[in-house]
Every structure is written in structure tokens, then in C-alpha cells.
Design a protein around this ligand. Structure first.
Ligand code: GDP
Ligand code: IMO
Ligand code: MG
Length: 439
């Protein structure tokens, strides 16, 4: 293979999701030719504001909002066709051109209603500590994928094969449900007919997206990979089992699209100026006092998919060092700086302890993470609004100090800062690695 000109970048969440990936990917997708999602499903909720108009994208990459850009749903994504069509209809009625710009992998797995039922059963099982999932059937669909009984988009398009495969998979599920005494009557045939109708609507968008992406890269086009969820929700590297079921970290971009690591030029992490988490699981810097409530109110921290209040807390340096290592971050985008505008004091967790013992690295088990006592350093607040500032020099000196502190402690440059939900409420640091990768 000849020399390939590259400029392919991964942008992903460095915490527990909802870091503002949607805003950042939308903003910079203008510099790329294709935006590709590589994992997750409609458990994601990526919010993009363009002027007064708000879009919440779940399955479709945020790049779709830029006219003329291609959007790819890669093989690592799990697709609920009904959710995809609802999103397409929402976009089309807002005047966004979807057909002709959206490409769906023939190897992506299909989410069925039975996956939601399995999840409900698993989350509600007596004696189980619920994960607090989004209830979209994402986990059980990935279970079928790794269990080698999943149904893929290519299978759905082959009617005869689909019928046989669907009947066999559902028969297995009924047998298990009956054996466990949890069988509920489901209209399996009605659902199969419905999915055959879905197949017809999907067909024009389906292709081998790995071929599409690799050919585009050979032709000198630039691809932006959009992560969903965040590294601490990654099935391998997150706070297992309180995670999602896919590879949200940088490695997932390659397995989830069929583009080789040698084709990737850089990895950018998105982080809030603080941290949030939705659902259950350990959270060392959770602010259970009034500060957490203030962050939630000022940051409007309510889930974009389920509307659940997000748990809020302080920036966690050891966590960021961990996710920076897993992903090899070249640069960080720090979002929602404006949310901290009115705080007199801002805590930053700079280390982990358990009793007298220092904890280095990220412990593997929930029990150990729950034992973490964060060591905080207190930074002074800046007391003046940063909302909407788009020029670094205009930031208050103490806000710059805060960012410099995060930079020095995490060891990753802060190349971009977001000061509001809109496109123009963003600062790109001149001379940064971020600027070189994105522009
Ligand atoms: P994602 O899942 O990572 O795309 O993030 P979400 O869309 O779920 O949540 C981020 C929320 O913060 C959205 O409502 C965004 O509109 C909003 N947001 C993003 N950046 C900023 C920012 O810099 N300041 C403020 N105030 N809001 C922001
Ligand atoms: P975006 O892409 C935040 C969380 C759920 C739950 C766990 C498992 O918007 O950042 P799942 O339904 O995936 O099996 O739930 O993961 N979760 C998210 N939290 N942002 C997301 O996506 C999330 N997607 C899943 O709350 O704790
Ligand atoms: Mg979100």
C-alpha cells in the first residue's frame, strides 16, 4: 500500500459519558470529509445546538448536520432500526439531508424488542445491584453478538436467511425463558414481519463501510471517529460491571469500523471541567453535598436519553491520567468551564488514598474503587462569567490557572475549551497539538 496522507482523528469521552462530544464533533466535522460512529447504540445522546435549534443525536454521527459530509454507522454499533428511523425522520423534518449522506455497516448488529425485555429482566432480578442502564436493549444485543448468535444488518437484508436465523435465535430464547420460569408471551412473528419492512427502508444505506472508509482514506479524505459513552464506561477499561457493553475507548474505533490503527493520526479526549455519571457504580469524586446540586443546576445535568439527574462531582486527575493512558490522548477538550463560574472554591482530586495507603493507578474492582478517598487540592474560583468566551486571552486569570493546573497534573495539553453549548462558544489554543490535528 502506498503512502497514505492522513488526518484521521478519534474524538471520545474521557470520563463517564456526556462530556460534550456531540458539540465538539459537530463543531470540527467541517474540517473532515466523513464522521464515523464506532460503538454503542441509541443509549448515547449527543446534543448539538445550532443557533436556537437543538438536536439530540443517538445513533447517527453528529457530522450529519454539516451539509455534504458523509456519516457512517460502523460495524461496532448496534442498531435498533425503529430508533434509527425516528432519528432520520427528526433530522429530515428539520431540513437535514440524510439519504445519500448516511451509510450503515452491513456487519452492524440489530437490536430487537426481546433485547429490551432481557435487559429489564436482568436489571430487575431480585438480589442484583442494577447497573441503571438506559433500557434500550444494548447490553443483551452485544451479548448475542459475542455469543455468536446475533443477527446483523446483512442478515436482515437476506429475507430467507433472516427468517430461519430469527426463528432459531428466538426459539433458543423461549426455551431458556421457559426453563427459568420467566417466559412472557411475545408476538415473535409480528416482530419478524415488522423487521422485514425495516429491512426495505435500510437497504439503500447499507454497504461495507470498512471498504468505504479505507477507500476514502486512500483517496486522501479525512475521517473523524466519534466515540459514544466514555472510557470509564468501556466494557474492558471502565468500572466493570457498571459499564456499557462496548469498547468506548480509542481501540474501539479500529475494531468498530475496520480501519487500521496505522491510519489514525491522533486521539482527542473530551472532558468536563468537572465530572458526572448517570446510573449506578463507583464514583470517587462525587459531590454529595450542596456543591453537587449546584453543578447539576448550573450545568443542567440531566440525561439527554433518559432525563435522569446526573450525579455530579469534581475533576478527577488520577482518573484522567488513567483514561489518557488507555487512549493515548494527544490533547484534551475541556467543556462546560462556564458551569464553574460562580464557585468561590473549586476542588480538584489530585490523588487517591485508602486509609494511610496511597493508591496508584485505577483499581480493577468496584470494591477497591469504592474504598478510594480522594485527595483534594482547592483552587480559587474566578467569579466572573466565562460563558461564551471564544478568545483564550479574554478568560479570567484564575480560569487560566485552573486549566493550567489540570494540564500540568494530567500531563495532557488542554487544546480546546468550551464555554457554552453553541458552536461559537469555543476556544482553540493556538499552537496546540489540537489545532494541528483538527485544522
Ligand atoms: P455527549 O453525550 O458527550 O455529546 O454530551 P451530552 O449532549 O449528553 O451532554 C452535554 C450537555 O452539555 C449538552 O446539553 C450540551 O449542549 C451541553 N454543553 C456542551 N458544552 C457545553 C459548554 O461548554 N457549556 C455549557 N454550559 N453547556 C455545554
Ligand atoms: P453518551 O454517548 C452517559 C450508562 C448508563 C448505565 C451504563 C450502562 O451520551 O455519552 P447501557 O444502556 O449502555 O447498557 O447502560 O452506561 N450510559 C451512559 N452514560 N452517557 C452515555 O452516552 C451513556 N450510555 C450509557 O447510564 O450507567
Ligand atoms: Mg450524552
Amino acid at each position: 500500500m502506498g503512502l497514505v496522507k492522513m488526518g484521521n482523528v478519534i474524538i471520545l469521552g474521557s470520563q463517564w459519558g456526556d462530556e460534550g462530544k456531540g458539540k465538539i464533533v459537530d463543531l470540527f466535522s467541517g474540517q473532515f470529509d466523513i464522521v464515523a460512529r464506532y460503538q454503542g447504540g441509541h443509549n448515547a445522546g449527543h446534543t448539538v445546538f445550532i443557533g436556537e435549534k437543538k438536536y439530540v443525536l443517538k445513533l447517527i454521527p453528529s457530522g450529519i448536520l454539516r451539509p455534504g459530509k458523509k456519516a457512517v454507522i460502523g460495524n461496532g454499533v448496534v442498531i435498533d432500526p425503529a430508533a434509527l428511523f425516528a432519528e432520520m425522520d427528526m433530522l429530515q423534518s428539520a431540513g437535514v439531508e440524510v439519504m445519500g449522506n448516511l451509510f450503515v455497516s452491513n456487519r452492524a448488529h440489530v437490536v430487537f424488542p426481546v433485547h429490551r425485555l432481557m435487559e429489564k429482566m436482568s436489571e430487575g432480578r431480585p438480589g442484583r445491584i442494577a447497573i441503571g442502564t438506559t433500557g434500550r436493549g444494548i447490553g443483551p444485543c452485544y451479548e448475542d453478538k459475542t455469543g455468536r448468535r446475533g443477527i446483523r444488518i446483512a442478515d436482515l437484508l437476506n429475507t430467507e436467511f433472516f427468517r430461519a436465523q430469527y426463528d432459531s435465535v428466538m426459539e433458543e430464547k423461549v426455551t431458556i425463558a421457559k426453563a427459568l420460569g420467566i417466559y412472557e408471551e411475545i408476538d415473535f412473528c409480528g416482530i419478524r414481519d415488522e423487521y422485514e419492512v425495516f429491512a426495505a427502508r435500510l437497504r439503500p444505506m447499507v454497504c461495507d463501510t470498512s471498504v468505504l472508509l479505507n477507500q476514502a482514506i486512500l483517496d486522501g479524505k479525512k475521517v473523524l471517529f466519534e466515540g459514544a459513552q466514555g472510557t470509564m464506561l468501556d466494557v474492558d477499561h471502565g468500572t466493570y460491571p457498571f459499564v456499557t457493553s462496548s469498547s468506548a475507548s480509542a481501540g474501539g474505533a479500529c475494531t468498530g469500523t475496520g480501519v487500521a490503527p496505522t491510519r489514525i493520526s491522533g486521539v482527542i479526549g473530551v472532558s468536563k471541567a468537572y465530572i458526572t455519571r448517570v446510573g449506578a457504580g463507583p464514583f470517587p469524586t462525587e459531590a454529595l453535598d450542596g456543591a453537587g446540586d449546584r453543578i447539576r443546576q448550573r450545568g443542567n445535568e440531566f440525561g439527554s436519553v433518559t432525563g435522569r439527574p446526573r450525579r455530579c462531582g469534581w475533576f478527577d486527575v488520577p482518573l484522567m491520567r488513567y483514561t489518557a493512558t488507555i487512549n493515548g490522548f494527544d490533547s484534551l477538550v475541556v467543556t462546560k468551564l462556564d458551569v464553574l463560574d460562580e464557585f468561590d472554591k473549586i476542588q480538584v482530586c489530585v490523588g487517591y488514598r485508602s486509609g494511610k495507603q496511597e493508591i496508584t493507578g485505577m483499581p480493577a474492582t468496584v470494591a477497591e474503587v469504592e474504598k478510594i478517598e480522594p485527595v483534594y487540592e482547592c483552587m480559587p474560583g474566578w467569579g466572573t462569567p466565562t460563558f461564551g468566551i471564544s478568545n483564550y486571552d479574554e478568560l479570567p486569570a484564575k480560569a487560566k490557572d485552573y486549566l493550567a493546573f489540570l494540564e500540568s497534573r494530567t500531563g495532557v495539553e488542554v487544546g480546546c475549551i468550551s464555554t457554552g453549548p453553541e458552536r461559537n462558544q469555543t476556544i482553540v489554543r493556538s499552537g496546540s497539538r489540537f489545532e494541528k490535528l483538527i485544522t
